[in-house]
Design a protein around this ligand. Structure first.
Ligand code: AP5
Ligand code: MG
Ligand code: ZN
Length: 209
């Protein structure tokens, strides 16, 4: 099954994708995680995109589309995938349609107030990318990842100014994808407000898995 996870920053796309991987046995492909790994490795891509991401702006379509095209061509993505954070613009969606067939687009709905609450307390593992929350889902040992023992930190783009910019960019460039995919008959909505376990249930019902 080829799935796209759509939704505002902090809606829980990454958290849900980690759960859905266990259910669907397909890879979780997060463009945000790929960019953050490139930044950590100080690769040419990472050096190129760091300032853009820290400011909460979008990386340009050309770079992002090429990256996803290459990733979806890999062996493990042939049996299906969960795309988290891509597409994020209409040109990205149109490009994707040219190289892959999307089955369902899951739109995670969350009001702005909850977005701020979730991003305000988010912590992320520097090594494996797993998400935590200082109040809702803290790691067992302070600042240490339960999954891999890596260091748990606050993302640079979770600062208040960057979050405001990300929400603005989401409204201007990404939210139009909701109607775009609705018109194609691919959209299904999931209420992202309840607990993680409940959102997983909502997701299973919406997608029929
Ligand atoms: P990206 O990493 O994709 O960030 P985002 O879309 O802003 O989404 P987030 O990762 O912030 O939120 P999420 O929905 O995954 O929520 P999470 O599960 O962490 O992109 C980062 C940047 O990369 C972009 O700004 C851009 O610069 C660049 N980029 C990426 N893709 C691009 C593209 N296609 N084109 C151009 N540029 C691109 O959850 C949030 C918090 O809430 C966590 O703390 C979690 O523990 C908690 N939580 C989750 N669910 C629940 C729940 N049900 N109840 C309570 N707490 C919860
Ligand atoms: Mg994420
Ligand atoms: Zn980890």
């Amino acid at each position: 099954m080829n799935l796209i996870f759509l939704g505002p920053p902090g809606a829980g796309k990454g958290t849900l994708a980690a759960k859905a991987v266990g259910i669907l046995k397909v890879p979780h492909i997060s463009t945000g995680n790929i960019f953050r790994a490139a930044i950590a490795a100080q690769s040419p891509l990472g050096l190129n995109v760091k300032a853009i991401i820290d400011a909460g702006k979008l990386v340009n379509d050309e770079i992002t589309i090429e990256l996803v095209k290459e990733r979806l061509a890999q062996e493990d993505a042939q049996k299906g995938y969960i795309l988290d954070g891509f597409p994020r613009t209409i040109p990205q969606a149109e490009a994707l349609a040219g190289f892959s067939r999307v089955d369902t687009v899951v739109n995670f709905d969350l009001p702005d107030g909850s977005v701020l609450e979730r991003l305000g307390g988010r912590r992320v593992c520097r090594q494996c990318g797993v998400n935590y929350h200082q109040t809702f889902n803290p790691p067992k040992k302070t600042d240490v990842c339960d999954a891999c023992g890596g260091e748990v930190y606050t993302r640079d783009d979770d600062r208040e100014e960057a979050v405001a910019k990300r929400l603005e960019v989401y409204r201007d460039q990404t939210a139009p994808l909701i109607d775009y995919y609705r018109q194609k008959g691919l959209l299904t909505g999931v209420d992202a407000r309840p607990s993680v376990d409940q959102v997983v249930e909502n997701f299973r019902k919406a997608v029929g898995v």
